[in-house]
Ligand binder design. Structure first.
Ligand code: FAD
Length: 283
């Protein structure tokens, strides 16, 4: 973990683009609440696979940026896109003075016949650097428990290295509930001399059913003991939230105390669960 201790701590919060105006209004209130308490370095807004939320992501990014005055990083996934489409998106963000981007491959939509002009995120990072130089600070994804499609742990690490070699400045991890997975991942990065901040992605626990479904899909593990404890609460959402907050706050504190260079909260557009954790942390 030594390499991570040299970086100052960066805190950030992620949103998804709302589908309705009402949802957007609520999100602006959420971002205001998070700004007041956390004053994050940046907010980020996700991007639907294959560009399905392209306009909504753009609108959310610009509105949150204007109302909060905080940097907002759009996520941009490349699978299914060509260079012209990516270029247009980058140029629109440049015009809005957006300076940070989360560059991803995206999940391959079922039935997709051609990946488009990009196969992997490292190619997107390379293209962003080639066409826009140093304008954007580029974040990429990292997987302490390894990406579900990776052939092996070492291949996944090599692929992570490709993104850094292509010009990524920083990484945000998939969420995890086992701090050791992160510590071991950082040790492996150190052995490969990978030298960028790797910020743990933190998923607050509020709903066991949806968390369980989502975790199976993205390859994040809910440890057996935690799964058992959470499923015991059944429909008692208050107890799930209470216990979840305790567990995730402890995880965050462990990570920060060991030198993690910040935290990235997957807020699911709600401030309550994130702030519950934040307010119990000793930074
Ligand atoms: P890559 O880094 O390209 O890796 C994908 C897989 O390919 C891995 O198994 C890797 O080992 C392998 N690989 C990479 N390069 C090569 C290569 N050159 N040769 C062979 N194999 C290779 N998804 C969305 O759709 N929208 C979002 O907004 C979004 N935001 C996210 C934010 C974060 C912080 C994280 C962690 C994930 C996010 N995702 C999002 C999910 C992400 O798109 C998926 O996990 C996707 O399957 C992989 O994207 P990636 O950028 O990590 O891909």
């Amino acid at each position: 973990m030594k390499s991570q201790q040299q970086y100052s701590k960066t805190f950030s919060c992620e949103f998804f683009p709302p589908k309705t105006e009402q949802g957007m209004e609520k999100l602006l209130i959420t971002s205001e609440n998070l700004k007041k308490e956390i004053n994050p370095e940046f907010f980020s807004v996700t991007f639907g696979a294959g560009g399905s939320t392209q306009k909504r992501t753009f609108d959310a990014v610009t509105q949150i940026n204007q109302s909060s005055g905080i940097d907002v990083a759009p996520h941009l996934s490349c699978i299914g896109s060509n260079k012209e489409q990516i270029s247009q998106i980058l140029s629109n963000y440049k015009q809005q003075n957006i300076k940070r981007i989360v560059a991803l491959r995206g999940d391959i939509p079922s039935g997709m016949l051609s990946p488009g002009e990009f196969n992997y995120a490292n190619e997107l990072v390379e293209y962003i650097r080639q066409t826009t130089g140093d304008h954007f600070k580029i974040e990429v994804a990292a997987y302490p428990e390894f990406h579900p499609q990776s052939e092996s742990a070492s291949d996944d690490l090599k692929n992570f290295k490709r993104k850094i070699d292509a010009g990524a400045d920083s990484a945000i991890t998939q969420y995890f509930y086992n701090a050791d997975a992160y510590f071991r991942f950082i040790d492996s990065c150190e052995k490969l001399a990978l030298d960028i901040p790797v910020i743990p992605g933190i998923m607050p626990i509020t709903n066991f059913t949806s968390l369980s479904r989502f975790s199976d899909a993205c390859g994040a593990e809910i440890p057996r003991w935690l799964r058992k404890r959470l499923s015991d609460f059944g429909d008692d959402t208050d107890s799930i939230k209470e216990f979840g907050a305790e567990v995730v706050t402890h995880l965050c504190q462990q990570l920060l105390d060991a030198g993690a260079p910040g935290l990235h909260f997957y807020t699911l557009n709600q401030s309550e669960a994130t702030l519950r954790i934040w307010n119990d942390l000793t930074i």
